[in-house]
Write a protein that binds this ligand. Structure first.
Ligand code: USQ
Length: 401
């Protein structure tokens, strides 16, 4: 079994992943500065589900399973010496890096939020890489990247897993080359993940750091078998206009009888994955590290694609919720197709949880159960992508039955 350091292990994906890997028998150490909890205070919003302090979470996990997960409060990207000491003392086999600000709307709120996102995300990634090289630590670094590095328009072609085959014309002769897929970020948050890719490419080439970069889609769902063991282990559920992602927002909105807030025409097609599959994919990545000297592994961590308005229709059919088409606060294409290759994970044996299997459970066991904890004033998306936008938050441009 491996010793695994999980940077950002208290967050929405980090927490269930930490429990899942601990359950598999790995020796897990969470490193987190609890910044996600601080941001809740800043935004005056709370997770729909009642999340416990990290100490209570870890104590409950120990009582339930007998497994110990250690916790270190370190700000990755700022406290370099402390990170270095931890990695030097522990010499983990694997480092999983979730320690980045992950909300696109939050990253676009103001110059302060843009600068925080860039500062936090780029420095955290770079500090981990620099520390690994300084310590001569041949750990496998697994990074949570995003499908958003590719942009969402592909002129009908399937998005490959990270690398694009191209032909370069040199004096009339075509030469085959493979390049990182050209990036097309849609927010400052997504921009930081495109920059992360270059850090990985460089440190992999220069220092043979072994890296797997997981290009994850929009995660939906809340609970995993491990977080369900006790209510004190429950995972967070964000529904607010900054941190809530589209499908979970629609689920919560249906529970509180708020019309489903479809941005624009809802023709945006995005990639999705259930939170339990996130955990399984990371385990597959842990068990299949690149060899020394091998280039960065890039895997598309998603299982289905859907149009936003189709998701709204599915949930409306399930729950009777109304749909409202609101002006889009983002600067993004109204309509796009999306075809994504995820052969790597399917080839490694992933059997995805589909929307049709999991949605009803989410509605009844999470959204409805905890609806009384919600604050309707936090639903509107008030973060605008561009200056002078005439978008009024939640201004309805059309209703749909
Ligand atoms: N949208 C709505 N109504 C809403 C909220 C969102 O129509 O109430 C639309 C957005 O305009 C956008 C789409 O739904 O077109 C997706 O938005 P989102 O907030 O669910 O997801 P996004 O901002 O793309 O970011 C999320 C995560 C991020 C992750 C990314 C994966 O916050 O960490 O990297 O999904 S992906 O989108 O595949 O790049």
């Amino acid at each position: 079994m491996a010793k695994i350091v999980i940077l950002g292990g208290d967050g929405f994906c980090g927490w269930p992943t930490s429990l899942y890997l601990s359950k598999q028998g790995h020796d897990v150490i969470i490193v987190d500065n609890l910044s996600r909890r601080e941001i809740d205070l800043e935004l005056e919003v709370d997770s729909l589900t009642p999340i416990q302090p990290i100490g209570t979470r870890l104590e409950t996990w120990k009582q339930k399973t007998g497994n110990t997960i250690r916790f270190e409060n370190i700000t990755v990207g700022k406290e370099y010496e402390r990170l270095l000491k931890l990695l030097s003392d522990e010499r983990p086999d694997t480092i999983i890096h979730f320690a980045e600000q992950r909300a696109a709307p939050y990253s676009m709120k103001s110059p302060t939020h843009k600068r925080y996102t860039v500062d936090n995300n780029l420095n955290s990634t770079h500090d981990v890489l620099a520390a690994m090289v300084e310590l001569n630590l041949d750990a496998h670094l697994i990074h949570l990247g995003t499908m958003g590095v590719y942009g969402y328009g592909t002129a009908g072609m399937q998005i490959p897993e990270g690398y694009l085959d191209i032909k370069v014309d040199v004096n009339g002769t075509l030469h085959d080359q493979q390049v990182l897929y050209p990036v097309n970020p849609g927010s400052v948050y997504h921009l930081t993940k495109t920059q992360d890719q270059l850090f990985f490419q460089f440190y992999n080439k220069n220092d043979q750091v072994r890296v797997t970069d997981l290009h994850q889609g929009i995660v939906w769902g809340t609970q995993t078998p491990e977080t369900e063991l006790d209510e004190k282990l429950i995972n967070r559920f964000d529904y607010d206009g900054d941190y809530g992602t589209v499908l979970n927002r629609f689920l919560m909105q249906s529970a509180v009888e708020h019309p489903l807030t479809v941005h624009g025409t809802g023709g945006q097609t995005r990639a999705f994955i259930h939170i339990t599959d996130t955990c399984k994919c990371i385990e597959l990545a842990v068990n299949n590290p690149p060899a020394k000297g091998e280039r960065v592994h890039i895997l598309n961590q998603m299982t289905e694609t859907h149009r936003v308005r189709d998701l709204a229709k599915i949930i409306s059919d399930l729950t009777g919720a109304e749909i409202a088409f609101v002006k889009n606060p983002r600067n993004e294409a109204n309509e796009n197709d999306l075809h994504v290759c995820n052969d790597n994970f399917l080839g490694l044996g992933l059997e995805p949880v589909t929307l049709s299997q999991g949605l009803l459970k989410e509605v009844t066991e999470i959204s409805t159960r905890y609806a009384h904890r919600s604050d309707g004033s936090k639903i509107p998306c008030i973060s605008l992508w561009t200056n002078g936008s005439d978008v009024e938050s939640e201004e309805v441009i059309a209703d749909a039955a």
